[in-house]
Write a protein that binds this ligand. Structure first.
Ligand code: NAG
Ligand code: NAG
Ligand code: NAG
Length: 583
């Protein structure tokens, strides 16, 4: 085996570096590993709106001071603050509805009117139900520009009266749980906005970690709802399974009445049908069974019941006052095995019984079918061809009632670009959720994992978790080793005699690791030497893989690794216990 001092030195310094790194990492607690907020720095088109409640939000967001009967309608308070539950990103602020059992309303005017004519609409925002949600809304409204202008002219505050174009997001109360997707379209006949709800909406995620809700409406009228990046519902605004945007093309003619001579009796009595001569309507249903015979052992003289011989007159019975004493009747024990009393002939169903005769029914030859009023064109019908050409949007807002407080909203995006929303999700939501999940798991190992296994965001989280897991184990190994060495230095005889297994375990791992390193480098050197040789000697034969000697070494290495792995498995738990006690 070729082995130089410098190779050994390189290996040892690599190990030392590893150990010191891990040592530094170990001194950090979980709190220090929580990422710190950085403003989103991805590119956004100048017609996209994005709010992460970092700077300048105060000038944009205005809580509603709408009044009703001289009282403030929306008494719920708003705050821009850090998350108070599973805070995944330090210094990351969001908009929080602070009051329980209250109406909340807040809105922001868009810097530019959002026009979706022949374009894609992408609306995305985060919801964090910090206090869960039993009954309350967490939906967002895109507000009509016209409506906002009207409010402005008339000094009106944002309220449930402010016209909106789209309403989207979670709403839950008791067993009702849905992600609203409501659009408003203008009825050209009445010139009024009409509200259309998505049929069979998806359910909202009721978890205390952050959830990302995305709505996409394309110019081909297709739409998509995503939760945490996963499509949970898709469809088309013009498909009647998804929305009913307009009224029926035809209606029933109210002036059409059923003609008097309309025959709608399907069957009539067959007048040619007559009662057969042998039909006896008076034949009884039951007759005596003439074939029955009295059993031989039937004793007609034996009564069925007798006076109870054990029922004796009580001592305080007064014949004059209470009358003659009468004992109870009991079933005659004599009759247990044979019949007693008068034998009565049983009855059977009369085979001649036919009941009342009725003529049979036959199909009515004059039957004209069920009458139905005729349909006429609906005078109120209107066509909606391109519902995705929404009316201009001038602002957005939350106008909700909620029983549970501390609903947090963040990273609100409204734009025309799916990729921008996805990128925002990748850069802001995923690290946040990963961090929140990590905190949740560290808080409670039995916590229900809030993600479904198909969640692509979860999959990326799993990969980073696996990496973390591997690092944690390497870290643990070096920690255990460190504590063992410290103990050995402090009291060598005691430690080595009482815990010889660990000495064997650590040294075999170290020797195995060093051996693998050496083997690896030897292999590399051998291969390169072989390649160089063939190159310099201008050998016609190309490099044909490792030599038999190298192959043998490879085999030895893999065997060694296997034995180390199996040893680690059995020693690991034992090593844990002893070091934990020592610490
Ligand atoms: C946005 O950018 C485009 C092209 O760069 C420009 O034509 C347009 O006027 C800009 N819009 C606004 C509202 O600034
Ligand atoms: C009854 O019988 C007569 C004579 O056979 C026949 O013309 C008539 O169509 C029958 N009516 C029905 C209701 O079957
Ligand atoms: C977001 O992340 C996913 C998964 O890593 C990736 O496939 C996708 O391209 C990313 N999207 C954007 C817009 O960066």
């Amino acid at each position: 085996m070729r082995f130089s001092t410098s190779t050994g030195y390189a290996i040892l310094s690599t190990l030392a570096l590893f150990a010191s790194n891990i040592d530094a990492k170990n001194s950090n607690n979980l709190d220090n590993s929580i990422p710190v907020f950085k403003p989103y720095n991805g590119e956004l088109s100048n017609d996209s709106f994005f709010e992460q409640f970092d700077q300048g939000w105060k000038s944009r967001w205005i809580p509603s001071a709408a009044m009703k009967d001289d009282k403030l309608s929306y008494i719920g308070e708003w705050s821009v603050e850090e998350s108070i539950v599973l805070n995944g990103i330090k210094n990351d602020k969001g908009l929080v509805a602070k009051s329980e059992a209250s109406l909340h309303a807040i809105s922001a005017k868009l810097p530019n009117v959002f026009d979706n004519f022949e374009n894609t609409l992408v609306l995305q925002y985060e919801v964090k139900l910090q206090n869960s949600l039993n009954c309350g809304g967490a939906y967002i409204k895109l507000l009509s520009e016209e409506g906002l202008n009207y409010n402005l002219k008339n000094n009106l505050e944002f309220s449930d009266k402010t016209p909106y174009i789209i309403m989207f997001g979670p709403d839950k109360c008791g067993n009702e749980n849905k992600v609203h997707f409501i659009i408003k379209t203008l009825n050209p006949k009445t010139n009024e906005f009409e509200e259309h709800h998505l049929k069979s909406p998806p359910v909202a995620r009721i978890v205390q970690t952050t959830s990302l809700y995305t709505l996409i409406v394309r110019p081909d009228q297709s739409f998509e709802i995503r939760i945490n990046g996963v499509i949970v519902r898709s469809g088309n605004l013009l498909n009647s399974d998804d929305f009913q945007l307009t009224i029926p093309l035809e209606i029933i003619d109210e002036n059409d009445f059923k003609p008097k001579d309309w025959i709608d009796e399907k069957f009539i009595i067959d007048i040619n049908d007559t009662k057969p001569d042998d039909w006896d309507e008076n034949a009884p249903y039951l007759i005596l069974d003439e074939n029955a015979v009295k059993p031989d052992d039937w004793d007609e003289d034996e009564p069925e019941q007798i006076l109870d011989p054990f029922d004796i007159k009580p001592e305080d019975w007064d014949d004059e006052e209470d009358g003659d004493y009468e004992p109870n009747l009991i079933d005659n024990p004599e009759c247990e095995n044979h019949g007693c009393g008068k034998w009565i002939r049983p009855k059977i169903k009369n085979p001649a019984y036919r009941g009342k005769w009725e003529p049979k029914l036959i199909p009515n030859p004059d039957y004209k079918g069920e009458w139905e009023p005729k349909l006429i064109p609906n005078p109120d019908y209107y066509e909606i061809k391109n519902p995705s050409n929404f009316e201009p949007i001038g602002g957005l807002g939350f106008e909700i009632w909620t029983m549970e407080n501390d609903i947090m909203f963040d990273n609100i995006y409204l734009g025309h670009y799916i990729e921008e929303a996805e990128n925002i999700g990748n850069e802001t939501f995923i690290p946040k959720l990963n961090s929140e999940n990590k905190i949740a798991i560290s808080n409670d190992p039995n916590i229900e994992k809030p993600n479904s296994p198909n969640d692509p965001y979860l999959q990326s989280a799993i990969i980073s978790d696996m990496y973390e897991y591997a690092l944690d184990h390497i870290e643990k190994f070096f920690n255990d080793l460190r504590y063992y060495l410290v103990d050995t230095i402090e009291s060598p005889i005691e430690t080595l005699s009482q815990r010889p297994g660990e000495a064997f375990f650590f040294s075999s791992i170290l020797i195995g690791t060093i051996g693998s390193f050496i083997g690896f480098w030897t292999l590399v050197i051998n291969i390169s030497a072989g390649m160089l040789n063939s190159y310099f000697e201008n050998d016609k034969t190309a490099y044909a893989g490792p030599s038999t000697e190298t192959k043998k070494k490879l085999e030895e290495m893999s065997q060694k690794l296997e034995s180390i792995e199996s040893k680690q498995g059995s020693k690991d738990s034992k090593a844990n216990e002893t070091t934990a006690v020592k610490r």
